[in-house]
Design a protein around this ligand. Structure first.
Ligand SMILES: [Zn+2]
Length: 352
């Protein structure tokens, strides 16, 4: 039915390019009605390679103007049988995968899309073993796919946070290293490892804008004053209110033109508006995900795991923002262009 409609529309040759685009958009919308809602529907939906291709093409070139990822030329011819374009500008071929996280992957779009769907929507994340079993691919391929998808989920926002911002750091994994002893005592108060843990832990710094309820988090080399305050300068507008605990890494923030309010975690956790409970809620989610799904996270890969959790947290369904699984999927898919990660990049720096 839709195929016929499309044919008829394209046959009307006097239509201008823009009109054709508008109509194709409507056809696309009508197709949207049948879009998947659940994981099993998503698997069935993207198993149709034609549909997976159309979907990827639509996300990549929403206005229908296919341009070459190498030279930008819009002049090309499409080879239907091989699902690729021949560029008249640089005289090279390109596929819908070139320049995206899917580039150079022998894996079909159907598998990629199902994996994206799974990782966006499983609340505590998904392991490469689950992808390996679910999609019938090797665990190694699944592991690589997941890391590429996480790269696409990274928040590339350069807009500074302006609302009151909660700032905190946390420590994940292995052994405690690069942390001042007094900080270890404070952070691990009451825990059996407090003070003299033989473990090294990676530090993650997080910021939560109370106005937009958005979180940003990143692995940091060490939680010292320079690192913490530079991150705040990079991500928070001057004159904003910043809530932290009393770690001396945050000392003298007021001198850098922020309204700095602190809560002393030795005595209290909340003093009116002054607390860091929002970002701490995010920490507990992050840790639950890491504990439940991932057996071991090498510090080198931790940053991407953090991005994945930030993506799901910032795009979770709320009363004001009732996002669905499909919305999260579309959002991640729309970020795939230009986030290519090679196998060497992934494995070359201290990975297994
Ligand atoms: Zn070209």
């Amino acid at each position: 039915m839709i195929g016929k409609l499309r044919e008829r529309f394209l046959a009307i040759t006097y239509l201008t390019h823009n009109t054709i685009c508008a109509i194709l958009f409507l056809v696309e919308r009508s197709r949207n009605m049948k879009k998947p809602v659940t994981l099993s529907q998503a698997i069935a939906y993207f198993a149709d390679s034609e549909r997976a291709f159309d979907y990827a093409k639509f996300l990549r070139w929403p206005d229908g103007k296919v341009n070459c990822p190498r030279c930008g030329s819009e002049s090309n011819s499409f080879v239907q049988t091989r699902k690729l374009w021949f560029c008249n500008g640089c005289k090279k071929q390109f596929t819908v995968k070139v320049g995206t996280i899917f580039e150079d992957s022998p894996m079909g779009l159907d598998k990629w899309m199902t994996a994206v769907w799974m990782i966006c929507n499983c609340k505590n994340g998904i392991s490469s073993y689950e992808i390996h079993r679910g999609l019938g691919i090797t665990q190694k391929s699944a592991w690589f796919m997941l890391h590429r998808i996480r790269e696409a989920m990274k928040d590339g926002s350069v807009v500074k946070m302006g609302g009151p911002v909660e700032v905190d750091e946390t420590y994940v994994g292995g052994r405690i290293k690069n942390m001042h002893r007094s900080r270890v005592r404070e952070k691990f108060k009451g825990l059996p490892t407090a003070g003299n843990s033989p473990h090294t832990k990676a530090a993650v710094m997080g910021m939560r804008d109370r106005e937009t309820r958005m979180v940003r988090a990143r692995v940091i080399p060490t939680a010292n004053r320079e690192t913490l305050q530079n991150m705040i300068l990079e991500n928070v507008e001057k004159k904003s209110t910043v809530y932290t605990d009393q770690w001396r890494g945050y000392e003298n923030l007021a001198a850098r033109d922020f309204v700095h309010e602190t809560v002393n975690h030795m005595q209290e956790y909340v003093r009116g508006q002054v607390h860091t409970q929002g970002i701490e809620n995010f920490w507990s989610l992050l840790k639950r995900g890491l504990k439940g799904t991932y057996v071991a996270v090498e510090p080198f890969h931790l940053d991407r795991y953090v991005s994945e959790q930030v993506f799901r947290f910032n795009n979770r369904a709320t009363k004001d923002n009732p996002l669905t699984d499909e919305d999260r999927f579309t959002l991640a898919m729309s970020q795939i262009v230009g986030r290519r990660l090679t196998y060497t990049q992934l494995t070359g720096q201290g990975a297994d």
